[in-house]
Design a protein around this ligand. Structure first.
Ligand code: ADP
Ligand code: MG
Ligand code: MG
Ligand code: MG
Ligand code: MG
Ligand code: MG
Length: 714
């Protein structure tokens, strides 16, 4: 959740007076970062994942599974444990880190230190995730489990769904009909975010997920579990006055979205230009990975007709007023704003010629004065627009102690706005006083139930990012089509049922010329550093693309004959200038088409090797042990099988589990008993004491079996 500053948070009525101040100084701080670091070069590949957990507590007698609000306790214990490990082992492996999250039942963990470009680091991810899960588990009571569930099926049902129980009538921050105050992390930042979003918006947030209509779901479905006539907060009437839609599951608080778990990956890039290219290239991949990792079909005790969290979380922090949402003419507000501050990216930002202006076809409100300032400072149009678009938002949490800052030292105002724009990708400038470079964070994926799956998707994205850069791949499609893909990705069984827009020709004649070896990297700083091998080769050697008439064999063969490397490069020669035909460009609309997920991932005919094919071509440039190759192949196989439908997404598996439960009444309801059995099943599957061949490969090794057989990370 970004920065956790300490201090006295202001009520929205005061905070709003500092909005221009925070934005002005935020941009000053960004300009200072720019001046200091725009020419920074040669950063090595460093990368790492973030995994989020829910602590679930089982009551075996009552057959109930609820969320344990034990975050403060468990974090203190885990942090103590990490320091102890650090002191005791003095090992080369830094002990994992645990962080707070929005929900008081949540944890986040990251590796203790980022991974590097060494090939062997790819196979450290899963053991490290497993270690983190084991550590978390070791500090909990025997009936408490750290679970990587994206959404908790019964969050917000009537009665008890947390331990201990609290009454939602006391939800002073959210005014929710369903979620008590105590689901929220007590740190001042979180209740203030929650309350100030509601105050700025002038109503509670309102999310309506279509209900999954089963054989005996009452129609029309009018949710009997909504306390329609509660009269505690003025907003209580919103539900009956139209906020809660018929045939939908209504959610009215930030906790429903920010209380979800996800899986994120951050990469450090060689320099700012390459991080801008990486950012752009991964934008069209966002919805693809969302569909592949879909894991959240159950909400507030019902089955929804969607598979993903994305729209819930977008709606859960939507602080726009009615004017900004376009429901009323503009009077008090500055502009209409098409999207929530949590949503998909609106702008490609690379200055590479591949990024044609036509691709940026979404409406893009910006703060004009801030944009002009950045332009006058010498920042190019696209990056100025990117920041000026983020900075249309107001700061929601302002701490009185932090209003006046030294803009040459602090980036707090910049981060205030930056870290409350939650998009599918985040472009992360280097923090002050740190050795960290320009980074890109990939944020669309849902948390998977097992670390095998989580590691598979993380490793896949890391390898894909290398393939993109080393082969100069071009994934651009109009960004409005990426948004359409986001919508399709969340539909029930989108992974198998939907088609997705994707670029037809991802190789360019320019990328073929890059493979001739004529290009030399101009990156001396990098070549002198241990891990950041400049990629004279890989730009050159990984990149023999299929010509557009499609000779995939040539594509594969040309890869095998090069010397292989133990280190993944991070610095790549810039793409060569376009050929004449590319420079003039044809019709953008002919550049993309609709494809199935299977085609996008596993390839279509001779012309397109699929994302897996690209990753395999890149892998072929690396020198790997047999064990490493076997592991990585098993990760790629999971991705492959999700895409071709031979393994279910967690969403499909979960929906099917509920619908085949003996006590399910085909009425879309996830009862206490079904929820309990589901949670027990997920835990048993994770540990490997129950098989789920439709969800996981046959040779999946559960955490319990793995420990028995001597784990990899000892
Ligand atoms: P946030 O919550 O702000 O997104 P976190 O600190 O929780 O960020 O996670 C960032 C991830 O990036 C971690 O996995 C961490 O290991 C990794 N990381 C740390 N330093 C770097 C770096 N210089 N470059 C890339 N990734 C890094
Ligand atoms: Mg997090
Ligand atoms: Mg963080
Ligand atoms: Mg984090
Ligand atoms: Mg979260
Ligand atoms: Mg993150």
């Amino acid at each position: 959740m970004g920065l956790l500053s300490l201090g006295t948070p202001l009520h929205w009525d005061q905070a709003k007076h500092y909005a221009d101040h925070v934005r002005y100084h935020g941009v000053t701080q960004f300009l200072n970062i720019w001046d200091r670091l725009k020419d920074r070069q040669g950063d090595e590949l460093l990368w790492g994942d973030e995994v989020e957990y829910m602590i679930v507590q089982l009551d075996t007698c009552a057959k109930d599974a609820v969320l344990s609000l034990c975050q403060t306790d468990i974090l203190a214990k885990l942090q103590a444990l990490s320091s102890e490990m650090d002191a005791k082992t003095r090992s080369t492996v830094a002990p994992p880190l645990f962080h707070p999250e929005y929900g008081r039942y949540m944890l986040e963990s990251t590796p203790g230190a980022p991974y590097t470009g060494f090939v062997r680091d790819l196979v450290l991810v899963e053991p490290n995730m497993r270690l983190r899960r084991r550590l978390a588990r070791s500090q909990l009571r025997p009936n408490q489990i750290p679970m990587t569930l994206t959404s908790f099926p019964r969050l917000g049902v009537p009665g008890k769904f947390t331990e201990p129980y609290y009454d939602p009538a006391e939800a002073v921050s959210s005014h929710s009909l369903f979620l008590p105050e105590q689901v929220t992390n007590p740190h001042a930042r979180f209740p203030t975010l929650t309350a100030n979003i509601r105050r700025r918006r002038r109503s509670k947030v309102a999310i309506n997920l279509p209900i999954f209509v089963d054989d005996r779901t009452p129609r029309p479905f009018v949710d009997p579990t909504i306390p329609w006539h509660r009269n505690v907060y003025p907003e209580d009437a919103e539900a009956k006055n139209g906020a809660a839609l018929i045939d939908h599951i209504y959610l009215d608080a930030m906790g429903f979205g920010m209380g979800c778990c996800c899986l994120q990956v951050t990469f450090q890039c060689c320099n700012i230009d390459q991080s801008r290219r990486m950012y752009d290239s991964l934008i069209p991949i966002g919805p693809i990975m969302l569909a592949l990792t879909a894991a959240s079909p159950l909400w507030r005790g019902y089955i929804a007709d969607v598979d993903c969290r994305w729209n819930v979380i977008a709606g859960s922090v939507d602080d726009r007023t009615e004017e900004e949402r376009g429901l009323k003419p503009l009077k008090e507000n500055r502009m209409k704003i098409p999207k929530s501050r949590y949503d998909s990216v609106d702008l490609y930002i690379s200055e590479s010629w591949m990024n044609r202006p036509e691709y940026n076809d979404n409406p893009l409100p910006i703060d004009q004065a801030l944009y002009d300032r950045m332009r006058q400072h010498g920042i190019d149009e696209l990056l100025s627009k990117h920041i000026a678009h983020l900075f249309i938002r107001d700061p929601i949490v302002v701490f009185s102690e932090l209003i006046d800052q030294d803009d040459s030292q602090s980036t707090d105002h910049f981060e205030n706005i930056q870290s409350t724009n939650w998009q599918t990708l985040r472009f992360k400038p280097p923090p002050p006083k740190s050795p960290i470079g320009w980074r890109v964070e990939f944020r669309s994926m849902e948390a998977q139930m097992t670390d095998f799956e989580n590691a598979s998707f993380v490793v896949f994205i890391v390898l894909l990012s290398r393939a993109i850069m080393s082969m100069n791949l071009n994934f651009y499609i109009p960004i409005s089509k990426v948004d359409e893909n986001m919508r399709r990705a969340q539909q029930r069984d989108g992974v198998n049922q939907a088609k997705f827009f994707f670029r037809r020709e991802i190789f360019t004649p320019a990328s073929s010329r890059a493979t001739s070896g004529a290009t030399t990297p101009d990156d001396d700083a990098a070549s002198s550093r241990p891990f950041s091998t400049t990629d004279a080769g890989a730009g050159a050697d990984a990149g023999s693309p299929a010509p557009s008439n499609g000779a995939t064999n040539g594509f594969q063969q040309r890869h095998s004959s090069r010397p292989k490397r133990r280190v993944m490069a991070n610095c790549f020669p810039p793409p060569p200038p376009p050929l004449e035909e590319e420079a003039t460009g044809g019709s953008v609309n002919e550049e993309y088409a609709e494809y199935t997920m299977d085609e996008i991932i596993n390839g279509r005919g001779d012309a397109f090797p699929g994302l897996i094919g690209l990753v395999e071509a890149y892998l072929d440039t690396l020198d790997m042990s047999e064990l490493e190759l076997r592991k990585i192949t098993s990760y790629l196989n999971l991705v492959r099988r999700r895409a071709n439908g031979s393994l279910k997404t967690p969403a499909a598996w979960t929906r099917d589990f509920v619908r085949s439960h003996p006590s399910y009444k085909f009425d879309s309801v996830v009862s206490k008993e079904i929820n309990y059995d589901l949670i027990v099943a997920v835990d048993e599957i994770e540990r490997g004491v129950r098989r789920a061949p439709d969800l996981l490969p046959e040779d999946y090794m559960g955490s319990e079996q793995e420990q028995d057989s001597g784990s990899l990370d000892d």
